[in-house]
Design a protein around this ligand. Sequence first.
Ligand code: PLP
Length: 234
Amino acid sequence: MTTVIDRLAQVQDRIAAACTAAGRPVQSVTLLAVSKTFAADAVREAFGGGQRSFGENYVQEALDKIAALADLRGQLEWHLIGPLQSNKTRPVAAAFDWVQSVDRLKTAQRLSEQRPAGLAPLQICLQVNISGEASKSGLLPAELLAVAQAVAALPQLRLRGLMAIPEPTADLVAQRAPHRALRELLALLNAAGLALDTLSMGMSADLEAAVAEGATLVRVGTAIFGGRTPAPAA
Ligand SMILES: *Cc1c(COP(=O)(O)O)cnc(C)c1O
């Protein structure tokens, strides 16, 4: 039987091979294990395999899991990568280390106001609608600079970079285009005076394309934990 630890090692090998192919140091890419829909025990198993950063999509599910793993809290880094409604920002500001799915200034302002004073600043990525899909959440490239400048000025947040979920395609060449576009947007923001270091892109099916285009953080669920049954209600 293939275990979470076996699959984790396989994903680490994929990342290392993609880094080598791109002439990048292996340490330049962080693996975020996306544990949504999987129980706290699965996170604990991955932790046993050396994994420290975990991504969650559904706020209530994540809060329950973070509480169930309170004994490991100081060693784990929790990232919210799913949609965040503005009425749920308060518990998120208190429980998470990162929020990668910020797509409006108002959400960022609330997170900054609600981040408890005793904690380190909340690490933030702005989510970009990189494939231009009408149904997808995320900022449009045209509105990105103004929002990024405003978010970077908020006291209890630290703006780190950009996150995107490109439209899925099996073609390896086509997979690179949206990742390249996100990298170029990050460069544009940095040229405008921001100091951003995080490109969160690449999932189970396209992490090689993302690493080739400069991803610094890949978000991998299925390839580590296996297939998901339908998501619980948010
Ligand atoms: C679920 C999810 C992932 C992981 O996707 P896999 O295809 O299972 O690797 C990554 N990023 C986001 C935003 C997700 O919602």
